[in-house]
Design a protein around this ligand. Structure first.
Ligand code: ZN
Length: 157
């Protein structure tokens, strides 16, 4: 199922000139704003191919269905207190806070994904960082449990 024709150019494809995918040394692939955005503003209206395949850069649109081959949103970083969110009914990327030009865009992966392609340790600086990131419908895998056990150990032993 294809949401919109590819290469379709219209004013509604908001992200076109205002977002960029970067390959950063620390983050790997990430998306940066090229212009400032206000909280509540739509940064991008995305499209892509929807299928049952859970891929590294896919995003869940409904249980068991994932959009992939997106221009920007598949490369968003995770943050436990993110500056963006995805609206999976409107296919929009929305700013949760004011965003400066050059800022890295982050969403909470667990907000859309039941199961992640790959669980991982999070080093975002958020006060309530969850430390190990899973989908919202899955528990930490063995690596994650070991990681969290290690973190929970008292500093003095
Ligand atoms: Zn975090």
């Amino acid at each position: 199922m294809f949401i919109q024709p590819r290469g379709h150019s219209s004013a509604s494809e908001a992200g076109e000139d205002r977002l960029v995918v970067c390959d950063c040394e620390t983050l790997g692939l990430c998306v940066r704003a090229l212009a400032p955005f206000a909280a509540g503003e739509v940064l991008d209206r995305f499209n892509g191919e929807v299928s049952a395949d859970l891929l590294q850069h896919s995003l869940q649109v409904s249980p068991g269905m994932h959009v992939h081959d997106t221009r920007f949103v598949g490369y968003l970083s995770h943050g436990c207190e993110p500056n963006c969110r995805l609206d999976m009914e409107r296919f929009e990327l929305v700013a949760l806070s004011d965003i400066d030009a050059g800022e890295v865009l982050a969403i909470d992966y667990a907000a859309t994904e039941d199961v992640l392609y790959r669980q991982f340790a999070c080093h975002c600086a958020a006060q309530h960082c969850r430390a190990w990131i899973t989908g919202r419908a899955e528990n930490a895998n063995e690596e994650g449990r070991r990681f969290l056990d290690g973190q929970a150990k008292p500093l003095k032993s």
